[in-house]
Design a protein around this ligand. Sequence first.
Ligand code: GAR
Length: 212
Amino acid sequence: MSKLRLGVLVSGGGSNLQSIIDNVESGYLPVEIAIVISSKDGVYALERAKRHNIPSTVVIPRNYKSREDYEDELIKILNSYNVGLVILAGYIKVLSLHFVRSFPNRIMNIHPALIPSFCGEGYYGSKVHKAVMDYGAKITGVTVHFVDEGADTGPIILQRAVPVKDDDTPETLAARVLEQEHKIYPDAIKLYAEDRLKIYGRKVKIFSKEEF
Ligand code: GAR
């Protein structure tokens, strides 16, 4: 059987992309990274792709007349690379129903908090950790979920809690959350690649290997 092909969408440093690359190269993930698409020029995620000989391209939203035109370009590229699963890895645009319908239940996102807290439009990257700390929350974490047309609203696949320490800064907290992101995202992708995730309404059931 041919390997699941990933299209990874990024906008920044790409440490999650790196953890996926490392897990593909170690043999843990039975997938191939077909294409990396960045919404910004010059980000370090592109350098990571280059270093590992992974095709990459930049598609900048403001260069398109409309969101639909921009998303059509993404869809065209992803289809031309036969992408089976779209991975949002620090990608900061919210995708519309137009895009989501083109890859039904085939888009995953990672969010650096425990959804449904500290999520939605405007909550990305360090803003999330600052909001967690300003609120005085004692626990935050990581969520991997399927993407629907909302912002961080799709069915949850995996979550992991991370305690907030009294002496944390948004930066130290972000670093501990990222450590967990780098474990949980490969785990979720592996479950998908092994066809062990089934969606029932809002709920994602994870099947054990024996059930298959
Ligand atoms: C990660 O913490 C990711 O969870 C977050 O951006 C960071 C990207 O880091 N994503 C969001 O906030 C999406 N709402 P990376 O570029 O090093 O992977």
